[in-house]
Design a protein around this ligand. Structure first.
Ligand SMILES: Cc1cc2nc3c(=O)[nH]c(=O)nc-3n(C[C@H](O)[C@H](O)[C@H](O)COP(=O)(O)OP(=O)(O)OC[C@H]3O[C@@H](n4cnc5c(N)ncnc54)[C@H](O)[C@@H]3O)c2cc1C
Length: 238
């Protein structure tokens, strides 16, 4: 989904040129990109920026969530390389030391008040959620429960499990369930879509959902049907 930002908003948005510091592939179609945090750049966990992708004489803006918490000195992204996509093709070839123009930060997928959190993500939809989770656990040292339901299709799509396992060991208030919707026979973990693993939430809890439009709608509808108030259900659609 491509956000077109109104002209009056663009006028007041920060544009910055940054440098690629690290790039590595998590899977054949997924890169983790670390870029220099511009001077005076501040953001809230869960926000995104636009990468200004060179496109002939113009630039094509593409939205990517910042997956690192605001306290980290670099900005980290995980990017799905869409075959034939302008950003996908460009970012495949970009190298450490190259420059990249970004615009932002943008977005309202943020955690405003202290409360327990249930997060639901599929695939690369984990990006803003990881920023929210790390900001709560590592930076704010919150001790309210934080749960994550994380879904993929196949085992070969899985990434960042070591990172999640490390968080569960370090923070007793954090737990996660990893589920595969199209697991093969060798898979011993949870099976099915994330919607089959949704935990009950208490009345003060906030829910954060990020992924494709169908998943986000299904999860949101289920919680609203259970009587959760819509102001407690936050979502970002990729
Ligand atoms: C707020 C926000 C945050 C986002 N954060 C991230 C992020 O952290 N990581 C990330 O990988 N993506 C993220 N996305 C999605 C990302 O912006 C798009 O995938 C991106 O615009 C693709 O650009 P492209 O130039 O490579 O492809 P395009 O040239 O824009 O599209 C090429 C083709 O691929 C299709 N397409 C585009 N995006 C997708 C998609 N996501 N899934 C399937 N088909 C698609 C298009 O319809 C088109 O047919 C985010 C989107 C939003 C709105």
């Amino acid at each position: 989904m491509i956000y077109d930002i109104p002209l009056f908003v663009k006028k007041y948005m920060n544009n910055n040129t940054t440098i690629i510091l690290k790039k590595h592939f998590l899977c054949p179609d997924l890169i983790e990109l670390h870029i220099q945090k511009p001077t005076d750049f501040t953001f809230l966990a869960g926000q995104f920026v636009q990468f200004m992708i060179p496109d002939g004489e113009n630039t094509a803006p593409r939205s990517y969530s910042i997956t690192s918490p605001p306290s980290q000195h670099e900005l980290v992204f995980v990017i799905k390389l869409i075959p034939g996509g302008k950003a996908g093709e460009y970012l495949k070839t970009i190298e450490v030391g190259d420059s990249l123009d970004i615009r932002g930060p943008l977005g309202h997928f943020v955690h405003k008040e202290p409360s327990s959190m249930t997060c639901i993500a599929t695939g690369v939809g984990i990006t803003p959620i990881m920023s929210l989770i790390e900001d709560e656990l590592v930076t704010k040292k919150t001790n309210t429960p934080i749960r994550l339901i994380f879904g993929f299709r196949h085992a070969e799509n899985i990434f960042w499990i070591e990172k999640l396992d490390k968080l569960t060991k370090q923070y007793s208030n954090f737990s996660y369930t990893l589920t595969l919707s199209q697991a093969d026979d060798a898979w011993t973990g949870a099976r099915g879509r994330v919607t089959e693993h949704l935990p009950e939430v208490d009345e003060s809890e906030h829910i954060y959902i990020c992924g494709n439009p169908h998943m986000v709608k299904d999860v949101r509808d289920r919680y609203l049907e259970q009587g959760v108030e819509s102001k407690q259900v936050h979502f970002e659609i990729f």
